[in-house]
Design a protein around this ligand. Structure first.
Ligand code: ZN
Length: 114
């Protein structure tokens, strides 16, 4: 996994708050596409629905719908790839990215190691 690109934004730089841009580049094969934004505040996290390129775990998902019953589903509008991430991996990964007081970061789902 390539190191995350860190973009400090001092105006958001207050304790425990971080914004993560969730993007896809298909491992660098296409220009950056935004899939979601996540706001982290202390122990809570909120995913924004802008663009609607992700879905939460969907317990009654139909097989073949492309959605997962247990994982978050990301669908890239450029490469059309689906990425599935279990919530118990997603949130710790975001918190690890946001650790260290940097308030704006980027996470490329095509580079996730899981
Ligand atoms: Zn993509």
């Amino acid at each position: 996994m390539r190191p995350a690109r860190w973009v400090p934004q001092p105006e958001y730089d207050h304790e425990g708050f971080a914004w993560v841009d969730v993007v896809c580049t298909d491992k660098g094969r296409h220009p950056l596409a935004r899939l979601a934004g996540v706001e982290l505040a202390g122990d809570s996290g909120m995913m924004s629905h802008q663009g609607r390129h992700w879905w939460p775990p969907t317990p009654d998902a139909d097989p073949g719908s492309g959605l997962s019953r247990e994982s978050l589903t990301f669908r890239c509008p450029r490469c059309r790839k689906h990425t599935y991430v279990k919530p118990d991996r997603w949130w710790p990964a975001l918190r690890a990215l946001a650790a260290g007081g940097v308030s704006k970061t980027e996470l490329d789902v095509s580079l996730l190691p899981f």
